[in-house]
Design a protein around this ligand. Structure first.
Ligand SMILES: NC(=O)c1ccc[n+]([C@@H]2O[C@H](COP(=O)([O-])OP(=O)(O)OC[C@H]3O[C@@H](n4cnc5c(N)ncnc54)[C@H](O)[C@@H]3O)[C@@H](O)[C@H]2O)c1
Ligand SMILES: [Zn+2]
Ligand SMILES: [Zn+2]
Length: 361
């Protein structure tokens, strides 16, 4: 099968003929229908997140079940599914305490010394998030999958696999945004636009979008922002404090930079919380203003994959799309074949796309 392979950090992906193993116990072989392109893929290309090349990226997919391994009971060939990197084992402390997104499901992966799921001319390929969706087929754990309604278009379902679940979940699960509240979202890419939609669905009264690109602010308004603040037209914090008469109750950072995490905290009012959704790499630290945190009792809280229970959350998000509450068509800037995957990353670096989706025939 055809896959896009990263051979070394900071190189373009190369299309190659990759060998994929047969599904074993607890594993499922999928035909990939579509995969969104998320900034976390780009972080790996740039060596900011730990993942050893050679590898296959892509972790925001929807597809169709082709074959199942022994003991697989949850899905059958022909089922439409979304795959999520929040693989859950169902047995550990995190899974049983209701926080399956912290599990990781490492024990469901093929172990060192075992036949790898993916190989290129005999060389094992690391599979991002046990998914590797920049490929025509995917061999994944059954516990990375959720079945979805047959009437859901798969190119839009793909977005729910990471960005939408991260964003809606940050608002609905991690932050539990309250009706009528005032919030800000810094960074309006696929993740930030989804946070904005989660805040709208929760009934937030005021949703302030912050980005350096004016066209992103326009797009943010079409998906639910009530105000837009241009980070390139002066101090974003001062603008938000001015607009709100003192700051927001909750601010979300959806970029992954020390400077914008600090801005998120600074634009909250007393007692406010800043949610870190953008990913910082290992060894990248954030600096906190001690006085503001203590005296104004501010909090900072991470949010991993929208604190999801994806088999419960994702079918609801599919319903939200099909009943008009969740806008996905507006978020897709381009649909491209796998051969154009590097163009998607070029556009992401330049900020000229919201979400790009790789589509397979
Ligand atoms: N926490 C999680 O579980 C999780 C899951 C998925 C993605 N992420 C992370 O979320 C972040 C966003 O992902 P994405 O796919 O939406 O990225 P993206 O590149 O599509 O969007 C980033 C946005 O930030 C804007 N931006 C850049 N610098 C800015 C600045 N200084 N001020 C204001 N706006 C600025 C860009 O114009 C762009 O609109 C990434 O760090 C990604 O790795 C986290
Ligand atoms: Zn992602
Ligand atoms: Zn577990």
């Amino acid at each position: 099968m055809k896959a896009a392979v990263l051979h070394a950090y900071n190189e373009p992906l190369k299309i190659a003929e990759v060998q994929i193993d047969e599904p074993r116990s607890g594993e499922v072989l999928l035909r990939t229908a579509a995969s969104g392109v998320c900034h976390s893929d780009l972080h790996i290309i740039e060596g900011r997140l730990p993942a050893p090349p050679p590898l296959v990226l892509g972790h925001e997919p929807a597809g169709i079940v082709e074959r199942v391994g022994e003991d697989v009971t949850y899905v059958k060939p022909g089922d439409p599914v979304i795959a999520c990197l929040s693989v859950f084992c169902g047995k550990c402390e995190y899974c049983t305490a209701g926080r399956p997104y912290l599990c990781g499901g490492a024990q469901l992966d093929r172990q060192p010394g075992d036949t790898p799921r993916l190989t290129l001319d005999g060389t094992p390929l690391y599979q991002m998030g046990q998914l590797a969706s920049f490929a025509e087929k995917m061999l994944v754990p059954e516990n990375s999958l959720v079945k979805i309604r047959e009437d859901m278009p798969l190119d839009r379902a793909a977005l729910i696999g990471c960005g939408v679940t991260t964003g809606l979940g940050a608002a609905l699960n991690t932050a539990r945004v309250r009706a009528g509240s005032t919030v800000a979202v810094i960074g309006c890419g696929g993740v930030g636009l989804s946070i904005i939609q989660g805040c709208r669905i929760a009934g937030a009264g005021r949703i302030i979008a912050v980005d350096t690109q004016d066209w992103k602010l326009e797009l943010a308004r079409t998906v639910g922002a009530t105000d837009g603040v241009s980070a390139s037209a002066g101090d974003a914090v001062a603008q938000v404090i001015e607009l709100t008469g003192g700051g927001v109750e909750q601010a979300f950072e959806a970029i992954g930079l020390n400077a914008t995490v600090q801005q998120a905290l600074a634009m909250t009012r007393k007692g406010g919380t800043a949610f870190m959704v953008g990913v910082l790499g290992i060894g990248e630290n954030i600096e906190l203003p001690g006085f503001d945190v203590v005296i104004n009792e501010k909090r900072i809280q991470g949010s991993m994959m929208g604190s999801n229970a994806f088999r419960i959350d994702m079918p609801r998000y599919v319903d939200f799309y099909l009943n008009g509450q969740l806008k996905l068509d507006e978020m897709i800037s381009a649909r491209r074949p796998l051969e154009e995957v590097n163009t998607c990353f070029d556009e992401m670096r330049k900020g000229t796309a919201a979400r790009s989706v790789i589509v397979f025939d």
